[in-house]
Design a protein around this ligand. Structure first.
Ligand code: GCB
Length: 643
């Protein structure tokens, strides 16, 4: 959420729920180069300091943003993008809670600082959790929320004098409160016989390490001063004609012309249009199909948008190209349909998590993960438990990996976290998330939360409101949240389109008794379906396994136990997928870091791959299963050698 809009929200928010309007200012198009746009990435080493002062406010009291950071004390070299936690040798920094300061000095191209027809934008892909940004010591923006981008037009600051350099300072606070997403609490330990004065810890109700820092790209990009601010595309089919509805928002001038062309993968123009809003028709359209469902999955057209405007400084043009996949999504009582065909989610839950870099974006890791997903024959994943980097979704679009896009609503279990303050923030987060991700064909469903205490009384109103607002913002996609509440007690379930249930039979209870899984799982599905008649997804199931631990007969934590547990689930999934179960997502794709605890052995080990992405036995089991399922649901035959 960009600070500044909060007041308006409080007054107008309730009036706008349900009418599809967003109060966010401006679009959040992914910064792409074009004939009219340049980008300059600020990846690399930044100066860094954690504020270890007792109240963590020394940086503000001494105004560290006013002069280069090195002038107010010692600094560390900090890579961006990366979490700051695991790159150093300092245990205190690893578990630091409070403000950290990042700074980078850069030289700008002369044209950017002199051409008043150029708009220079500073964009931060993700700063966990609360961020304040200064440019050359001037406060430019604040943002709450660690997983979505935010940006500011800094043209005036960089074009105001002879300066060609620019100093960017970003203060980031990773403290979580009952009203943040995800929520957390600070616990002060006041017994002087046990803790030093002022001692506190951050408590969270989610099962992953609260990595922090600048996790994704920080970059500068340019547009003309009259520019394409946002594009919204929805698609449909009429017989074999693909329908591409578009809406384009322009900023900077009221006198402009917009032209659009839709190009196929060979670069041939398939349809053209004029005006900021319209519909393009593509005869014999190539549909966007999920991986392994079609011989040419993930077909992407390119929507080329050209803006021309008359401005005080003369005629201006802006160009932006958006990949577009033509596909439809629908839900019946027992099916999830993509392009009118039943779709079965065979996939994984992931985390943005790796050695050393924590949640920092990393191309080699990303490409490896997509290679593993395709090796598995998976066709889907859930962005558990927060929105992932935009580049992740771009690869999903390109490879046909279907996404359940989840908000950071994980660990909403305190009554306070269902208050109106929390709800309002959650509504805003959904706006930011939909604004960013709405045009990805791979995204087929929004997930609002993971395992909230949806049995608490305020949960009914909370989810009713949140789901209505999400649907109003995007009527084209189904909405869910992931539950582990009993079917009779869940107050949010009446409002979702698909029931997503997590269960850990013979892991968190009935330990070691895999023989009860089939009965318990069948009961789970039958109860839910009887109550709601909605399609269901087994959105989590799994067991920890330490790679290289072998026990036969299987014992918990061995590779054999993990495999055996999955096999028991698969027996029931195979029965129920003939009826109304539309998907299975293993917990988890890879091992990941958590808080230290006696029940976590250097993190959560439920990955079917290790944290270094090496397969455990369960990975081979799933691979066999997913390819078999793929062969059953493929709607066109593959050529030789493609499977
Ligand atoms: C869950 C949570 C997930 C945990 C997992 C586990 O239900 O959704 O975040 O990591 O269980 O392994 O306990």
């Amino acid at each position: 959420m960009l600070r500044g809009s909060a007041g308006a929200w409080a007054v107008l928010g309730p009036l706008l729920w349900g009418c599809g309007l967003s109060l966010l200012q401006g679009g959040m198009l992914y910064p792409r180069e074009s004939r009219s746009r340049e980008r300059k990435e600020l990846d690399g080493l930044w100066s860094f300091r954690a504020d270890f002062s007792d109240n963590r406010r020394q940086g503000f009291e001494q105004q560290w943003y006013r002069a280069p950071l090195r002038e107010s004390g010692p600094t560390l070299d900090m890579p961006v993008p990366s979490s700051f936690n695991d790159v150093g040798q300092d245990g205190q920094l690893r578990s630091f809670v409070g403000w950290v300061w990042y700074e980078r000095e850069i030289t700008l191209p002369q044209r950017w600082t002199e051409d008043l027809g150029t708009r220079v934008v500073l964009r931060i892909g993700s700063a966990h959790y609360y961020a304040i940004v200064w440019v050359n010591g001037v406060h430019v923006l604040e943002h709450e929320g660690g997983h979505l981008p935010f940006e500011a037009d800094i043209s005036k600051l960089v074009q105001s004098g002879p300066l060609s350099s620019c100093r960017i300072t970003i203060a980031i606070n990773n403290t979580l409160s009952p009203h943040t997403l995800p929520p957390g609490t600070i616990l002060y330990k006041t017994d002087p016989s046990m803790y030093p004065k002022g001692y506190f810890v951050q408590n969270t109700k989610f099962d992953f390490f609260n990595y922090a820092g600048l996790h994704r790209a920080v970059l500068l990009y340019t547009t003309p001063t009259t520019y394409i601010d946002d594009i919204t595309v929805t698609t449909d089919m009429d017989q074999d004609i693909g329908l591409v509805n578009y809406q384009i928002i322009v900023q900077g001038s009221d006198h402009f012309q917009v032209d659009v062309s839709l190009l196929d993968e060979e670069g041939k123009v398939m349809a053209e249009g004029a005006g900021a809003e319209g519909q393009l028709q593509v005869p014999s359209a190539h549909l966007w199909w999920p991986y392994l469902m079609h011989e040419h999955p993930a077909y992407l057209y390119s929507l080329e948008v050209k803006l021309t405007a008359q401005t005080a400084v003369g005629p201006v043009s802006d160009f932006y190209t958006l990949p577009v996949g033509i596909r439809t999504v629908a839900v019946t009582e027992s099916q999830f349909l993509i392009n009118g065909k039943p779709f079965y989610f065979r996939g994984v839950n992931k985390h943005e998590d790796a050695d050393i870099r924590g949640k920092g974006f990393d191309w080699p890791l990303l490409v490896k993960d997509f290679n593993l997903l395709r090796w598995l024959g998976a066709n889907a994943f859930r962005t558990s438990h927060y929105p992932y980097a935009e580049e992740v979704l771009q690869l999903c679009d390109r490879y046909g990996i279907v996404v359940i896009d989840e908000s950071p609503g994980v660990g909403i279990v305190l009554a306070e976290s269902f208050s109106n303050v929390s709800l309002q923030h959650h509504l805003e987060v959904m706006e930011e998330m939909i604004r960013r991700d709405k045009n990805h064909p791979a995204v087929v469903m929004w997930s609002l939360a993971n395992e909230p205490a949806s049995f608490l009384k305020p949960a009914g109103y909370y989810f009713k409101t949140l789901i209505a607002h999400t649907k109003a913002l995007d009527p084209s996609r189904p909405v869910t949240f992931v539950t582990n509440t009993n079917y009779e007690a869940d107050l949010g379930a009446p409002y979702v389109d698909v029931i997503c249930v997590n269960s850990y039979y013979s892991w968190y209870h009935d330990y070691g008794h895999m023989e009860v899984i089939q009965l318990q799982l069948a009961t789970q599905f039958e109860n839910w379906y009887k109550a709601y008649q909605k399609p269901m997804i087994q959105s989590e199931y799994g067991a920890d396994a330490i790679e290289g631990f072998h026990e036969d007969p299987p014992l918990m934590f061995s590779e054999e136990y993990q495999k055996g547990l999955l096999q028991q689930y698969h027996v029931v999934l195979d029965q129920k997928r003939q009826e109304y179960v539309v998907g299975e997502l293993i917990w988890n794709f890879a091992d990941f870091m958590t808080n230290q605890s006696p029940v976590r052995m250097i993190g959560n080990r439920k990955g079917i791959f290790t944290r270094q992405r090496q397969p455990k036995s369960a990975a081979f089991l799933l691979r066999e299963r997913y390819w078999k399922l793929a062969n059953e649901t493929r709607i066109y035959r593959y050529g030789r050698g493609q499977t």
